[in-house]
Design a protein around this ligand. Structure first.
Ligand SMILES: *Cc1c(COP(=O)(O)O)cnc(C)c1O
Length: 403
């Protein structure tokens, strides 16, 4: 871009996005997250949030947040290494370590910051990073920023990954395999057993970002990386986020003492940023306690997921191989995804159209998400509307055929 000439380049880029139905607008909600949200004065059933346990609007967590402010104030004043670190952060880190069955956990301001911060700290020039083609943008950015040699492997394709690891078998440098636990836009799980076996055989580390699994999957909601089955030698680096199932904000990395101390010393996204407010840590401690004490939230959610999938099958809708709360309906073309999203809104549903670059070209979709706050009748109403709108997808419109 040339400077000193105004923003005409940017304006033509925006025009191009509009022409291709890729222009995105932010909707302003007029109240808290929940089963129903108010947009432009109209109540809509919310089928697109990641508030999987229905906790983002929970009054007990809000009360804890207020108590946290009374105790700790609002801002933390500085980074963790200067004077922003408090007993509330320590308590939450200890609780998250226990929750994930790992020696230690370290808080980050967001999942995005944690992913970039971890990969960039662990790797540098001469090292190797291997990423699933559908990994979250923050994992990809971390790999690129680290300046390690970056390789994709095909989505959930461990044979493809194996070939790539074999090709650098004799390199003495660090190798890191990175994958979403549950893929954020498809809802399918990574092949964790195969990844663990392969990484051990090929002397690579594994990093799993369980942003969508933590709180949702597993007996106690500990996530896809079940502590009863996978230790820190199996999955050395585990990332979880707090803004989805736990209904607050922030993220954490859990692993061995040496990993965590290394991140404290070396992760730029940990060092050069203001610590999360302590009150937020207090609120998150409350959500963690609720997530553990109320397994019925996970049970309700599982029943809603089954209800949606069964109903969709009866309608002839083609769904992704997902047993998670993420149930995308791929329609292919961005204009069609947008039109369907608008038609659903006219019928009282809030479901965003997910388009490139968030998903590969040709796989635009309605990313339906279910939460424990939904009622079975909400799911039935949604299915009824999908039927009326004749939302059917052809078999070739899967992400696997994407770029
Ligand atoms: C949402 C998400 C993130 C980012 O987490 P934030 O806390 O929202 O920054 C990271 N990874 C995955 C897989 C996600 O879905």
């Amino acid at each position: 871009m040339r400077h000193g000439q105004g923003f005409s380049d940017l304006e033509s880029h925006l025009d191009d996005l509009r022409r291709r139905h890729m222009y995105r607008v932010r909707r302003s909600l007029e109240g808290p997250q929940g089963r129903e949200v108010v947009v432009d004065g109209r109540p809509l059933l919310n089928f697109c949030s990641n508030d999987y346990l229905g906790l983002a609007g929970d009054s007990r967590i809000a009360e804890a947040f207020k108590r946290g402010i009374d105790r700790w104030g609002t801002g933390s004043g500085a980074s963790h290494l200067i004077c922003g670190h408090t007993g509330a952060h320590v308590e939450l880190e200890d609780a998250l370590a226990e929750f994930t069955g790992r020696p230690r956990a370290l808080l980050f301001g967001s999942g995005y910051a944690a992913n970039v911060g971890v990969i960039n700290a662990l790797l540098s020039i001469g090292d190797f990073v291997f990423e699933d083609r559908l990994n979250h943008a923050s994992l990809l950015d971390g790999g690129w920023i680290s300046r390690a040699t970056f390789s994709w492997f095909e989505h959930r394709d461990t044979a493809d990954l194996e070939g790539k690891l074999a090709a650098i078998e004799h390199e003495p440098t660090r190798k890191l395999v990175v994958s979403d636990g549950t893929f954020s836009m498809d809802g399918d799980p990574c092949r964790l057993d195969e990844l663990v076996e392969l990484a051990q055989r090929r002397a690579a580390w594994i990093m799993i970002d369980d942003a969508h699994g933590i709180g949702v999957h597993g007996v106690n909601g500990a996530g896809l990386v079940d502590p009863a089955r996978y230790g820190t030698t199996d999955v050395p680096v585990l990332v979880g986020t707090l803004g989805k199932a736990f209904g607050t904000a922030g993220a954490f990395v859990a692993g061995e003492e040496a990993l965590i101390e290394f991140l404290v010393q070396r992760s730029r996204n940990y060092i050069f940023t203001t610590a999360m407010p302590s009150a937020l840590a207090v609120a998150t401690l409350e959500s963690l306690a609720i997530a553990k004490a109320e397994p019925e939230r996970r049970e309700r959610l599982a029943a809603l997921i089954a209800r949606f999938r069964n109903g969709s099958r009866e309608l002839g809708l083609k769904l992704m191989p997902s047993t998670s709360p993420i149930q995308p309906v791929v329609v292919g073309d961005p204009a069609r995804a947008l039109a369907l999203s608008r038609a659903l809104e006219a019928r009282g549903f809030l479901i965003g159209a997910i388009r490139p670059p968030t998903v590969p070209e040709g796989t635009s979709r309605l990313r339906v998400t279910l939460t424990a706050a939904h009622r079975p009748s909400d799911v039935d109403r949604l299915l009824e509307s999908l039927k009326e709108l004749a939302v059917c997808t052809s078999p070739d419109q899967t992400t696997r055929s994407g770029n």
